[in-house]
Design a protein around this ligand. Structure first.
Ligand SMILES: CC(=O)CC(=O)SCCNC(=O)CCNC(=O)[C@H](O)C(C)(C)COP(=O)(O)OP(=O)(O)OC[C@H]1O[C@@H](n2cnc3c(N)ncnc32)[C@H](O)[C@@H]1OP(=O)(O)O
Length: 281
């Protein structure tokens, strides 16, 4: 599998495109507007430059990776893709529309994957007439650095579909794959989101400061980032939609989004990407 398509060139889409291009695949990113497509390319360029500056990548390899990346606004450019990974905003109707378009735009054997972290994969699979070729492939932020990818099979995913994506993720991208069923949160978010929500509740109660909560989990548990810094990195909007989806699925109180999380999203304090979350950037 070497012909890869990515839908959406935001943080996750650009990261996925970057790791695929670095691994030698030919990559097409589809965006809704040319300026977003150009911004996606700029995101990949910036991250590749960072990898070069950190001595993780040779300049020639960064140039070659960029040479394997095209950006477009036209689904017709996906006609020859073997795998398309959707990384659009977490809106079920939008994703269903994208998957219906993908079915039209791609060949019958193209694997259609979604990077959703919170929408059941079956909901997007049923937007196509061929749900056996739809699978979840969930990367982590920052994609070039985090080794894990969750591979999610629905009740209708063909075993060959999941196996082929898993082989691409491990053998070509060099990442670690884990398998999970189609339940909200999969493995990581089902464990991570309640922890992050609990950190928000602790901060909101005035029991400890943001800095001390973060220092405690870094110094006491060896986590690379404290929970409130991690929330600012993931994005509070992304966290809220993940918590809402977990709560809708399981109706267990520890998944319920804390009121402060909702108010911060209402206020546009989404974390690093808007310059303010639990911290100011
Ligand atoms: C919500 C969801 O659905 C799912 C999610 O994504 S949940 C979020 C999951 N992510 C996390 O939990 C992130 C937790 N945080 C971390 O792991 C770390 O803080 C971090 C990796 C993000 C940053 O670590 P750091 O040590 O502060 O930063 P930094 O030194 O800049 O980078 C770490 C390493 O990545 C490398 N790196 C940084 N940027 C890079 C890039 N663009 N390309 C390649 N390598 C890069 C660095 O060179 C460094 O490598 P070494 O350790 O070998 O020196």
């Amino acid at each position: 599998m070497q012909q890869i398509g990515v839908i959406g060139g935001g943080t996750m889409g650009a990261g996925i495109a970057e790791v695929c291009a670095k691994a030698g695949s030919d990559v097409v990113i589809v965006e809704v507007k040319q300026e977003f497509a150009d911004a996606a390319r700029a995101r990949v360029e910036k991250s590749l430059a960072k990898a070069v500056s950190r001595n993780k990548l040779a300049q020639d390899d960064a140039d070659a990776a960029l040479g394997r990346l095209r950006v477009t606004t036209d689904y017709a450019d996906l006609a020859d893709r073997e795998l398309v990974i959707e990384a659009a905003p977490e809106i079920e109707e939008l994703k269903r529309e994208i998957f219906a378009n993908l079915e039209e735009a791609t060949g019958a054997n193209t694997i259609l994957a979604t990077n959703t972290s919170s929408i059941p994969i079956i909901k997007v699979a049923t937007a196509t007439k061929t749900p056996e070729r739809v699978v979840g492939v969930h990367f982590f932020n920052p994609v070039p650095v985090m080794p894990l990818v969750e591979i999610i099979s629905t009740l209708t995913t063909a075993p060959e579909t999941a196996d082929a994506v898993s082989a691409y993720v491990t053998d070509t991208l060099g990442k670690t794959a884990v398998r999970a069923g189609d339940r909200s949160g999969f493995i990581v978010n089902a464990l991570l989101i309640p922890y992050l929500c609990q950190a928000i509740r602790m901060f909101d109660s005035g029991y400890a400061s943001a800095e001390d909560i973060d220092l405690a989990m870094k110094g006491g548990c060896g986590y690379p980032m404290g929970p409130l810094t991690l929330l600012d990195t993931i994005g509070l909007d992304v966290t809220l939609s993940a918590a809402e989806s977990l709560y809708a699925e399981f109706a267990e109180p520890h998944y319920a989004p804390p009121a402060l999380l909702r108010r911060m999203v209402d206020a546009g304090r989404l974390g690093r990407k808007t310059g303010r979350g639990f911290y100011t950037y």
